[in-house]
Design a protein around this ligand. Structure first.
Ligand SMILES: [Mg+2]
Length: 287
C-alpha cells in the first residue's frame, strides 16, 4: 500500500516510515528539535539515502560548529572574518531588541526580524574599521527552552540577513549561564552574563579592541551596566525591545550609572544610536 501519486515530490508510505526512522536516528544522536527540516525534506520526496546523507552532513556540520564555538557548556565565542582590530574601538550590540525584534527567547528563524536600519549602521561601522561585537545573554539555553544548535541556526540566519546588506559582525559572544539554569548551566551572576563585563573583556582579549574607546547599544539596564563595568565611557539604551520598560522600571539604576560618569544616552531607534556614535567616532579619528 502506498500513498504515492505520479507527480514529482510524492512520497510512498514505506519511504515515509523509513524517513520517520531517519528522524528518530537524528533525535537519538542528540538533536532535540530536528523535525522541521526533516519533514520538509520528506515532503520534497528526497530518497532515504539522500536523507541519511544530508542528515549526517548537517549533523556533522552542526557538531563541528558547536565544537568550534562553545568554550564550555555555557559560553559561545564565534569569530567571523580576519579583521585586525588591535587598538581599535568596538561597537558592542545586544542582539534581541537591538539587532532583531524582541520576541522572548528567540529560537526560530521564522521569528527573526532585523530592526530597520541596523544592517546599514553595522556596514557603516565596518567601513570605519570598528569591530562589531554581538554580546547576548541566552537564558533560554540555560533554562532548557532551546539548545545551542538552535541558537546557532538563528544566529547564522541573522548573520546571513545582515550580510545581504553588506554588513558584517566580527565576533558573536553569548552566555547561557543563569541563576535558574538547568544542571551545569545554573550559575548565578556568571562573569560573562551581563551586567557582568566578561563578554566585553573577552572581546578585548580576542580582538585587542580598546574598551575605553568603545560603545554599547542595548535595550536593558544590564547592557548599560555591563558597558560601565567593562570601562566603556558610554552607551545607548534604545527604546525598542525591553528598552521603554527598562527606562521606566530602572530609572534609578540608570541615574546611578550617569552619576558614576557613564555617558548614557536614551535613543528611540538602535540604528540612530549606532550612527550617532559612529559619526562622533569618525570625527575623532579625522581630527
Ligand atoms: Mg536585549
Amino acid at each position: 500500500m502506498s500513498t504515492e501519486g505520479s507527480g514529482r515530490g510524492s512520497v510512498s508510505l514505506q519511504e515515509t516510515v523509513q524517513s520517520s526512522r531517519c528522524l528518530s536516528v537524528g533525535r537519538e544522536a542528540g538533536n532535540r528539535h530536528p523535525v522541521a527540516f526533516r519533514v520538509r525534506a520528506m515532503h520534497m520526496g528526497r530518497s532515504i539515502a539522500m536523507c541519511r546523507r544530508q542528515d549526517f552532513s548537517r549533523m556533522t556540520q552542526r557538531t563541528a560548529m558547536l565544537d568550534k564555538h562553545l568554550r564550555d557548556q555555557g559560553t559561545w565565542s564565534q569569530r567571523i572574518g580576519r579583521g585586525d582590530f588591535a587598538g581599535r574601538p568596538a561597537l558592542f550590540l545586544d542582539r534581541d531588541g537591538v539587532i532583531v525584534e524582541e520576541v522572548n527567547y528567540l529560537h526560530r528563524i521564522s521569528d527573526v526580524r532585523v530592526i530597520r536600519g541596523v544592517a546599514e549602521a553595522i556596514a557603516a561601522a565596518n567601513a570605519l574599521d570598528i569591530a562589531v561585537v554581538v554580546v547576548t545573554n541566552q537564558a533560554g539555553v540555560g533554562r532548557g527552552y532551546f539548545d545551542w544548535a538552535q541558537f546557532a541556526e538563528v544566529q547564522q540566519y541573522i548573520l546571513d540577513e545582515l550580510a545581504e546588506t553588506g554588513a558584517r559582525v566580527d565576533l558573536v559572544l553569548a552566555c547561557a549561564y543563569h541563576a535558574e539554569g538547568l544542571g551545569e548551566l545554573r550559575v548565578d551572576a556568571h562573569g560573562w552574563r551581563k551586567p557582568q563585563p566578561g563578554m566585553l573583556e573577552e572581546a578585548r582579549a580576542s580582538l585587542g579592541v580598546k574598551l575605553e574607546n568603545s560603545y554599547i547599544v542595548g535595550d536593558t539596564v544590564s547592557d548599560m551596566q555591563a558597558g560601565f563595568h567593562a570601562g566603556l565611557p558610554g552607551g545607548a539604551l534604545v527604546l525598542t525591545g525591553h528598552g521603554a520598560r527598562d527606562r521606566d522600571l530602572h530609572a534609578e539604576a540608570l541615574d546611578d550609572l550617569m552619576r558614576e560618569g557613564f555617558a548614557l544616552e536614551i535613543v528611540e531607534e538602535p540604528a540612530a544610536a549606532m550612527t550617532g556614535w559612529l559619526t562622533r567616532a569618525a570625527g575623532k579619528r579625522s581630527s
